[in-house]
Design a protein around this ligand. Sequence first.
Ligand code: 3HC
Length: 675
Amino acid sequence: MTSPMTTSRQGDILILTSDNPPVNALSNAVRQGLQAGIEEAKNDDSIKAVIITCAGKTFFAGADITEFTKGMQEPALPTLVDQIEALDKPVIAAIHGTALGGGCEVALASHYRIAVPSAKFGLPEVKLGILPGAGGTQRMPRVAGVETALELATKGDPISATQAQQVGLVDKLATEGNLLAEAIAYAQEVIGQPVSRSSERPVTVDTAVFETFRKTNAKRFRGLDAPATIIDLIEQTAGKPYGEGVQAERMGFMKLIMGKQSAALRHVFFAERKASKIDGIAEDVQLRPINRVGVIGAGTMGGGISMNFLSAGIPVTIVEMAQDALDRGTATIRKNYEATASKGKMTTEQVEGAMGILKPTLNFDDLAECDLIIEAVYESMDVKKDVFGRLDKIAKPGAILASNTSYLNVDEIAAATSRPQDVLGLHFFSPANIMKLLEIVRGAKTADDVLATAMALSKKIRKTAVIAGVCYGFIGNRMLMPRQVEANHLLMEGATPEQIDKVHVAFGMPMGPFQMADLAGVDIGWHRDPTRIENIRDALAAEDRWGQKKGAGYYDYDEKRTPSNSARVAELIEEWRGKLGATTHDITEEEIMVRTFYTMVNEGAKILEEGMAQRASDIDVVWVYGYGWPPYKGGPMYWADQEGLKKIVEGLEKYGFEVAPLLRKKAEKNEKFSK
Ligand code: 3HC
């Protein structure tokens, strides 16, 4: 096999270039090549400096994650980075794309770093449940300061080259497109100068920083092992020599990588990438061009959907029926952008840029200019059919027609047109400009290129998309249903809302079923007939207890929306228990787990069996990105594997549920959902 590393000479400079697509991961072959290059530089007196650079779209994006389960082969990355730094000739890292994880650590070990302005730097290991394990926790505080190191290593978000330069991580910015030439010139400048090794620099530290950092980020790091380990590690090693520090780093790394959280987070990483692969579709299918998007409805959903495209620079035509609704919708979009700008996350020019490509209109026929039209109107089959019938008459040939329905049958909607091959579901989650998940609903007749175009577009608008089949509630909401039903039954059988919610929060969910109902609105889906009260939810809605927005729902809320238990809700629950003749019993945590979590897994198994999800890991992606399932528990199907499918089956049987055949079969064969 040919090596992904090549060496070349430019006068007395040795250039080491990695070409290991797609992201120049530091695989064993790359590490061997780098090590050989450093050895060559060490032994050849005619070499006066070394440049480490990468071909393709990026500098090293990190260690090769696929090698994690195989056991690290020599040369290990920690050894290699120390060898790079130890060279007594200047090593210059020439960076474009993303210098992430191990890639950033190679850069830190190099004596100089030159980068193009579009480059990004980061330590995303924490997102895989691990810590920077090749000197990153030791060199970053020395190069960029403790606060930057904490920020980068515990949150995992990258910074721009300009920010990196401000904190001392980048020594020089190069012109875009001229990186290597400028790196060579830079190398020539520094040849002969004594090398400056970052591991030899002192760490300046104010001990109060750590406590403040822990407190400020307590909510964000809840339940996660890696950030806590990283903060402790940096704190404990700050005053120690580098050698001692890296030893502690190694121990922390080994502990985390063998833990359950890292395994789950790595599962999510690969699951997310796998989700974008569409079964049965050729990789090279020709995509349809999407130069303008139409959105029907300027309400919360339509506005949020539009923002995704505007932010990505794709012009949007947004249609409403009445001027005041259109004005309100447009104003909300602007307000949201301005709020982002006020937090410094957008410039005024970017706000105006996005607003400048929004075309609000009352004329439905204006949609004729759009390549993709997304309907976000009232959730009623008749209304949707009417909209699609009208669209069929005016949309340009080849335009993709999408419904944002959460539950309705996309095939039935498609049948209202003469072009069902162009129709699909694009189910955004509220708030649509923020939530990462997108369910792409594949109708019976949806054309391959339509699906592939939607998937490619989802990347452009930075969504994580999953293909779902046509069934009630698709993947996410369909699995939510048994959970809601059981949570309500549990209330009638003796549990309280807070008892159930507490189990969910302790599990790691951002909130439990009743907290979620209060946030979303107890009135959602309510028939709005106060005389027709059929269950506790209707009763709450009829009393104006619509949740947080009304200051009362399953909980009472103060002005700051802090919840407290409600005496009135307790009364209503009692009343409804009486009406239904429900007998109560002590509800245990185990019963709540089985009835509100195992039932979701059971539904997930049915979804898989019916082919409504392409693979179990897609279901995990839906729950992690759409419903706040803790990523460190990998998603419901992955979690079920860890619980043990036999245990899940036994639990379901104990409480009288019908077990999905696929789940039973897998449990009997001792198989797992995740491969
Ligand atoms: N190792 C192995 N494969 C990787 C990889 C890595 N570090 N990073 C990405 N890939 C693979 C993906 O699985 C995907 O494979 P596929 O085509 O077969 O699905 C392919 O590369 C392309 O990845 P993306 O679809 O994510 O490409 P994008 O262009 O959207 O994003 C990226 C590029 C920003 C580099 C993104 O891939 C990314 O964030 N990668 C992970 C970076 C990371 O976590 N680095 C730290 C690794 S751990 C480490 O370094 C430990 C060290 O401290 C010892």
